[in-house]
Design a protein around this ligand. Structure first.
Ligand code: P6P
Length: 334
């Protein structure tokens, strides 16, 4: 059977949005184009002078990798050229990037993205990813504004990620399930490979950086101990799997079942991961796949967002695992 390309799929699903004039479809197309260009560069990173650091420090206080800059520029360029969004927010940029071109007149969407999540792993050939979110603008006309991005995750129109790994995959949702596409470099197309993904309700993989154990909340420490206990009836002990590249850890757990936790730590008293760029889009995806995402107490998508680079603790994955760790967080509240 002829596999369906991302473009064909987007057009076919456009009928799910009766009032759509195709803008969202074209926006997803633009993201797919940038992902192919970044794929090409990531896959030859070891061969050309694009590894290593630029010597700059980004707004997150992290060393900027050359591929971070390349990916950031590609997504910004593709979104500007496509004319379907009126502003961009990138994790690599301090402020939003308003778009006020002739082609973006009347654009109804804004896009937030983390251009290359996990980029500290690039130089050691570990999978990295792009995470993107699409919101309807709130401002009425002209270039988009900061307020267009300060919307809770429940207002997301679409979200997705690209994982540049053993193969390059693009996964996304528009609120009607999650579908995955694998890039076939021989034809330069993302082809439907994982239709209507549902994450296992329970799992046997837990992912977190146990180097921070000393400063974890008590509930997280108790949950880790629970994961390590012998109990055949509940498939314990679980396996500890932590790549340190959030998209890669998330993707594995989405498909196999599992839980990813980045709690508060001393170094990150509000959590390390960003609500707008990482947690909301992944939370939208996991919920659409039947999973759960909380900050240890409340649903990620309900968290009010008051600043662009706001951080939050993240507990995300198989619903039964998230519910279990939340029991420990309630029982041991400090
Ligand atoms: P740590 C990468 O910098 C990232 O934002 C996520 O991709 C990843 O899950 C996390 O940080 C790793 O953080 O503190 O464990 O190195």
């Amino acid at each position: 059977m002829q596999t369906q390309t991302l473009g064909q799929f987007i057009i076919e699903k456009q009928k799910d949005f009766p009032y759509s004039k195709g803008e969202l479809s074209r926006l997803l197309r633009d993201i797919g184009i940038a992902a192919k260009i970044v794929h090409r560069e990531v896959n030859k990173a070891g061969l050309v002078e694009i590894l290593g650091e630029t010597g700059d420090i980004n707004v997150q206080g992290e060393a900027v990798k050359k591929l971070d800059v390349f990916a950031n520029n590609q997504f910004i360029a593709a979104l500007k050229a496509g004319g379907e969004c009126c502003a961009i927010a990138s994790e690599e940029n301090e402020d939003i990037i308003p778009i006020d071109t002739v082609s973006s007149k009347g654009a109804r969407y804004v896009v937030a993205f983390d251009p290359l999540d996990g980029s500290s792993n690039i130089d050691v050939n570990v999978s990295v990813g792009t995470i993107f979110s699409i919101y309807r603008r709130l401002s009425l006309s002209g270039p988009g504004t900061l307020e267009d991005f300060l919307q809770p995750g429940t207002e997301l129109v679409a979200a997705g990620y690209v994982i540049y790994g053993s193969s390059t995959m693009l996964m996304y949702t528009t609120g009607k399930g999650v579908n995955g596409f694998t890039l076939d470099p021989s034809i330069g197309e993302f082809c439907l490979s994982h239709p209507n993904i549902k994450t296992p309700s329970d799992g046997a993989i837990y992912s977190l950086n146990e180097g921070n154990h000393l400063h974890f909340p008590e509930g997280v420490k108790k949950y880790i101990k629970y994961c390590q206990e012998e109990d055949k009836a509940t498939n314990r002990p679980y396996s500890s799997r932590y790549i340190g590249s959030g998209v890669a850890d998330f993707h594995r757990n989405l498909l196999k079942g599992g839980i990813f936790i980045y709690p508060t730590t001393t170094k990150s008293p509000k959590g390390k991961l960003r609500l707008l760029y990482e947690c909301n889009p992944l939370a939208f995806i996991i919920e659409q796949a039947g999973g759960k995402a909380t900050d240890g107490r409340k649903r990620i998508l309900d968290i009010p967002i008051t600043e662009l680079h706001q951080r939050t603790p993240l507990f995300i994955g198989s619903p039964e695992m998230v519910e279990k760790v939340m029991e420990f967080m309630v029982k041991y509240p400090v």
